[in-house]
Ligand binder design. Sequence first.
Ligand code: PGA
Length: 280
Amino acid sequence: QPDLFSTLKGNLGSPYFAPFQNDKEKGWIHMRKYVIAGNWKMNKTPDEATALINELKPLVAGASCDVVVGVPFVDLPAALEAVKGTAIGVAAQNCHWEKSGAFTGEVSAEMLKAMKVGYVIIGHSERRTYFGDTDVTVQKRVRAALDAGLTVILCVGEYLEQREQGVTGEVVAMQTKIALGGVTEEELKRIIIAYEPVWAIGTGRTATAQQANEVCALIRNTLAGLYSWTCADDVVVQYGGSMNAGNAAELLAQPDVDGGLIGGASLKPQDFAAIVAAAK
Ligand code: PGA
């Protein structure tokens, strides 16, 4: 196994590498704002979405992080209505790259913009594995989403075989670089990256905190290479893959883990709220 840290050497000495600040009262605090996003996948009808969000609202009212719910397309109107008056953001789970046209079954970024949806998840491994998304189509979707003014939650992550072959770093760096092709420094401010090892998604098998941090740091290193350390330091890099109420605190305590993309546990308001509470 290659030592991922060896590729990161030098970064810790970067003048801009400052994920923590020493606060006199609180001790060392995480500087980047955490973003906790739920990915509901293909779950919940509109009425169920309203009920879930209504249950969640009081539980996350005092959150010190950004909270987002990623819902199926048909639930977007109900979700947008339910979050009114709160700080909770709403995400779609995909978008097409064309503004309109003969693409049966697709939804454009422009349509999401018209609905006032704030976020869109792009390149989730389930889209890549089951629906033919590639690094190139992911790049096109990212472009369309940014052009529509949306904030992108860009998912990257390796398959188990790739980790076992020792190419995690290469895979994740490649996915990140291609997805961000053409993205400007200014646009990078609307990119959140979710590191989701495919072997950890929905399997109950979480990456260790060290594994998660290594790859999140590697993503930041890749961003520093593409842009600069100043830019890379501001990007929120989430971990996703069987994050739950029990393991969130340890994962989120890592210097390069700035939040979570939560599948299963986001369908349970108490559990999701516990993860939100751990993000401070
Ligand atoms: P999980 O899903 O939390 O159920 O593993 C994460 C995701 O797919 O984003």
